[in-house]
Write a new protein. Structure first.
Lengths: 141, 133
């Protein structure tokens, strides 16, 4: 298989990427929420994407979406997601303008596996408040 | 224990069943979330890869876990300092049902720590971690 993304060796610890401006639209949020459902084991009905409380604030997983990351980094086929650390500081509403800053926090090779640790910080554009911080560990092919 | 809403003391627990997803939902999630690599969205490609079939995005299991935690802690508390650390330990395949079990491990001034484990019906742990708020 031909390698089709950013080369691991070209990434350096501390490297920052261009800040990305984005927002999560209501339509994106509804699409996202419609992809999964869950139920507490003693509840009678599943919690579906139509629930009001699920639409008031954007799920942090969607804020830290991979599309934003891919604007900064060419993504090869076969990347594995190994670990995620998320700190939620403030709820984000749909259509709220956000800025995502991203940098390479760490690189390490263990048992021939190339680990890449990225730090992502989502800020509210208007207030400058950090809403979400993520440390994402990936295994690069 | 109903819905995790009264989890307050060490040892309290609840479980959440995350419904199985098929290829259509995997693809839609991939489009909106950016996890649309061929190992997720192209069954033929995935079958012939080292993964021997489609892998459900780990974040597609994590997303309902976060919704459940928001309900357990309450939105106000969770969205003002909630933390989660997750390790993705194995693959989830299309049509796998995953059960997440949450258990309170510590309660103190700094908040309540909950450990969680997501397991498939065959006993395989697909992700696990701790949350705090």
């Amino acid at each position: 298989m031909q390698f089709d993304g950013t080369n691991y060796e070209s990434l350096t610890e501390g490297q920052s990427f261009s800040t990305v401006e984005f927002s999560i639209t209501k339509s994106m949020n509804m699409d996202f929420q419609s992809c999964f459902s869950f139920s507490f084991s003693d509840d009678e009905s599943a919690n579906t994407g139509q629930e009001e409380d699920r639409n008031e604030f954007v799920n942090p997983v969607l804020i830290a979406n991979f599309s934003v990351m891919k604007e900064a980094l060419a993504w090869p086929t076969g990347v594995l997601h190994a670990r995620e650390l998320m700190c939620v500081y403030e709820g984000v509403a749909c259509d709220e303008p956000l800025l995502m800053k991203m940098r390479v926090k760490n690189k390490l090779i263990k048992k021939d596996r190339k680990f890449l640790v990225l730090e992502l910080q989502a800020y509210k554009r208007q207030s400058g408040i950090m809403a979400l911080e993520v440390e994402r560990t990936l295994v690069w092919p | 224990m109903r819905s995790g809403e009264i989890m307050k003391a060490v040892g309290d627990s609840c479980s959440v069943v995350v419904a199985a997803v098929g290829q259509e939902k995997i693809n839609r999630f991939g489009e909106v979330h950016g996890t649309n690599g061929r190992t997720h969205t192209d069954p033929e490609f995935a079958e012939n890869s080292v993964f021997k079939g489609v892998i459900v995005q780990g974040t597609l299991v994590l997303a309902p876990v976060l919704e459940a935690l928001k309900r357990i802690y309450g939105a106000k508390r969770w969205l003002a300092g909630g933390e989660i650390e997750t390790k993705f330990t194995s693959f989830t395949r299309p049509h796998d049902v995953v059960t997440a079990v949450f258990e309170v491990k510590e309660v103190g001034e700094a908040g309540m720590t909950i450990a969680y484990v997501c397991t498939k019906d065959d006993g395989t742990v697909v992700q696990m971690g701790t949350a705090k708020a």
